[in-house]
Write a protein that binds this ligand. Structure first.
Ligand code: GLY
Length: 389
């Protein structure tokens, strides 16, 4: 008996926040969608990430197109979170507490002034504050503070809650999610077909590649067709308040770390930036650096409970910007989100859903085209500083 071939409008390979957001947005356009995840949904970078929504904090000189995309996606977040909550009945943990970037010595002050200059050049909302004004916002800051920059509209989503609500929304919307299913072969179409390790065949008008740091190794694409994505390791520590005492109520960013408070009393302290391939070992040096810097910035963190230490792999690209747009055949790439995967989920999903619907995306995807690295080395850009977002 010949096996039944399952057909969909869109097959999404990768069940992280990007793949799930693309799936949910395509479903809302009336397309039939199946997500194939080789492990469990949300088992990649998002399981480790702090979930900062920080287009201003992440702004870097020379990355104007990325800044524009980050700002566009940031503007989509309030409606995205609300609609997701309505669709799934689950809270994606979205909040806008503001982010306070602080400098503790002269070198850090100079660097922060440079950052603030960049903000002003691009008309971004950020305000230079004296040390005492910083301490009025966050009384737990170290006494030796030199000054700071307050970015009022930045915030965070809880990546694990986001994945849970996206997965629920996909299922409620009639999409299917298959976990523990690895794509071993694909015809990139059109139309596309895939074979999974369990021997099943599925076909679709379009394939969306959203496998994060693994996308650069996609076996079912020819080597020359694979997106230029590499893993960039980040170690992150989770602390928890004791006795109801908050060490901060906003996101606090230092020169070499960021600290993201959650409503349940956890404080995520991240993150190192390391070129170590697919190694996810938590190291004494990485954890030491994060704990030393958190103590230096917010001394009361020393009294908090240490609840979790993890290392995750960001999907890095040669220019730190994502890879969005048409790959070979009818494949759409939605990968390489590096430090901004949670922030960029809504804009990525809108763009991908437009492409697979045969429409022009609302954002200009040319700066993010998969073909832009033709003829350039696979790994070019130095990683950004650990503390900038
Ligand atoms: N978005 C912060 C990080 O990648 O560490």
């Amino acid at each position: 008996m010949s096996e039944r071939r399952e057909r969909f409008d869109v097959l999404v390979v990768g069940g992280g926040p990007i793949g799930l957001a693309c799936a949910w947005t395509a479903l809302r356009r009336g397309l039939s969608v199946c997500v194939l995840e080789r492990d469990k949904v949300g088992s990649g970078a998002s399981d480790v990430a702090a979930g900062m929504l920080a287009p201003v904090g992440e702004a870097s000189w020379g990355e104007e197109s990325l800044l524009e995309l980050n700002l566009a996606s940031h503007a989509l977040w309030p409606a995205f979170a609300e609609e997701l909550r309505d669709a799934s009945g689950m809270d994606p943990g979205y909040s806008r507490s503001g982010a306070l970037h602080v400098a503790l010595d002269r070198d850090e002050t100079e660097e922060l002034r440079r950052q603030h200059e960049l903000h002003r050049e691009h008309d971004l909302e950020s305000e230079w504050l004296t040390a005492s004004a910083c301490r009025e916002l966050e009384p737990g800051l170290a006494p030796r503070l030199a000054g700071g920059v307050f970015v009022p509209h930045e915030g965070a989503a809880d990546p694990r809650a986001l994945v849970a609500s996206l997965a629920a929304a996909v299922r409620v919307g009639g999409g299917s999610i298959e976990e523990g299913v690895e794509v071993v072969r694909a015809d990139t179409g059109p139309p596309c077909s895939v074979r999974t390790a369990d021997g099943r065949e599925r076909s679709a008008e379009h394939l969306v590649l959203a496998t994060g740091c693994h996308s650069g190794q996609t076996e079912w694409l020819d080597p020359g067709e694979r997106p230029r994505v590499r893993p960039v390791k980040g170690e992150i520590v989770t602390l928890r308040e004791r006795g109801g005492e908050r060490v901060c109520s906003r996101i606090v960013v230092g020169d070499r770390l960021y600290m993201v408070p959650r409503p349940d009393g956890r404080l995520l302290v991240g993150a190192t930036v390391e070129e170590k391939g697919f190694d996810t070992t938590v190291t004494a040096g990485g954890v030491h650096e994060l704990l030393r810097e958190s103590y230096r910035t917010l001394p009361e963190t020393a009294e908090m409970e240490l609840v979790e230490i993890r290392a995750g792999l960001r999907p890095g690209t040669p220019d730190n910007a994502p890879i969005l747009g048409w790959g070979p055949g009818a494949v759409v790439f939605a990968t390489g989100h590096f430090r901004n995967g949670i922030l960029l989920a809504p804009a990525t999903a809108d763009a991908v859903a437009a492409l697979v619907s045969g429409e022009a995306p609302a954002i200009d995807l040319r700066p993010f085209s998969p073909g832009r690295f033709a003829g350039t080395p696979a790994v070019a850009a130095a990683p950004g500083p650990g503390g900038s977002g």
